[in-house]
Write a protein that binds this ligand. Structure first.
Ligand code: ATP
Ligand code: MG
Length: 326
């Protein structure tokens, strides 16, 4: 017996193209059982495509992936028996009410009608859908559908759960409900692969994060390791006038990590905490530079990208594509 932890999900050199668009260019993943793994990346990075391959909804062109020990290409039925999936696009029945949708799913999973009812009620409360429970889903707002879709994937908790952008478009309350839910599932031993565009979310939830850009993993590590790479926190100082900006650049420009003359903003890394912060602001004072606003910022996906790739996380636009060809 090996003392390596069992991998709930593993992928080796997964590739996928749509016509001549190479969406995945060799993805490797190893996710131990009972852990939360986040695929972090901007629009069009290939997150959903990867999840769909692992969930047997899409066939890879090359490489091999196993989920729960089963090969996604040759043992799709077995894989489907151990996974749950919440898609980016809700897969609920428009004509049924929220409550009916949840109860029907319970029946599909062969749990007793009483258990399905009880679980449906629990989840409706959890996701603040009790008021809307008897309304047809076609009358739901986007956020309500999203919450219902999540609830649907939690009727029975599978050993392995895929959550594709579980909180995109949710208000802070619902987002917190989802985060709490994920925490509980993990306590029960569920392995979770989630995708997100938010570093903060990956930080909150994931043991390990893989940053994916244009179909390749460009960094992998714990959220702390990624934040260390991106610079933990930064101070942003906006000054009043153009003259203030020129003076600020002369006095403290060498310490700043970024400057923007149009917005009259200077940024400073503040990894060393409050003393460093005060030292920077003192220099503004001493040089009589008029400060308009001061704010601290935690790193975002954009910061991680900027550090890792030298460019901002790009949404797929025709213009971006031209840029990249340079
Ligand atoms: N069925 C398809 N046919 C053609 N191109 C596709 C198809 N599915 C995805 N793509 C393309 O593959 C790329 C990756 O898409 P994917 O949906 O995996 O990205 P994503 O990381 O999930 O993005 P988002 O954050 O917007 O959900 C995009 O350029 C997309 O246009
Ligand atoms: Mg997606």
């Amino acid at each position: 017996m090996s003392d390596q932890p069992a991998m709930a999900i593993s992928a080796t050199n997964i590739t996928k193209s749509f016509k001549d668009t190479h969406v995945l260019k060799g993805i490797n993943l190893a996710i131990p059982a009972g852990k939360v793994f986040a695929l972090l990346g901007p629009n069009g990075a290939g997150k959903t495509t990867m999840v769909r391959i692992l969930a047997t909804l899409l066939r890879a062109d090359g490489g091999e992936a196993k989920v729960g020990g089963f090969n996604v290409a040759t043992q799709a039925d077995e894989v489907r028996g151990v996974i749950g999936l919440t898609g980016q696009f809700a897969a609920v029945d428009e004509k049924l009410t929220g409550r009916e949708n949840l109860e029907v799913i319970g029946q599909l999973y062969h749990i007793s009608a009483a258990d399905a009812k009880r679980r449906a009620q629990e989840l409706l409360e959890r996701f603040e859908l009790t008021d809307a429970a008897t309304r047809a889903v076609k009358k739901y707002s986007g956020g309500m559908r999203r919450r219902l879709d999540l609830a649907a994937s939690l009727i029975v908790t599978p050993p392995i759960l895929f959550l594709d952008e579980p909180t995109t478009g949710l208000d802070p309350n619902s987002r917190n409900a989802v985060w709490a839910m994920i925490g509980e599932l993990v306590k029960e031993g569920t392995t979770i692969l989630l995708t997100t565009q938010y570093l903060e979310e990956a930080d909150q939830l994931a043991d390990t994060v893989a940053v994916i850009d244009h179909g390749v993993v460009i960094a992998e590590g714990t959220p702390d390791e990624l934040k260390d790479q991106a610079g933990r926190e930064r101070l942003e100082v906006v000054v009043e006038t153009d003259q203030d900006f020129t003076r600020a650049v002369a006095v403290v420009g060498s310490q700043s990590s970024a400057k923007d003359a149009t917005t009259r903003t200077l940024q400073f890394p503040v990894e060393q905490g409050v003393h460093q912060l005060r030292a920077i602001l003192d220099q503004f004072d001493e040089a009589h530079i008029n400060v308009k606003s001061i704010a601290t910022h935690r790193p975002t996906l954009d910061d991680v990208f900027l550090k890792l790739t030298g460019h901002q996380a790009e949404v797929e636009h025709a213009e971006d594509k031209k840029e990249k060809k340079k």
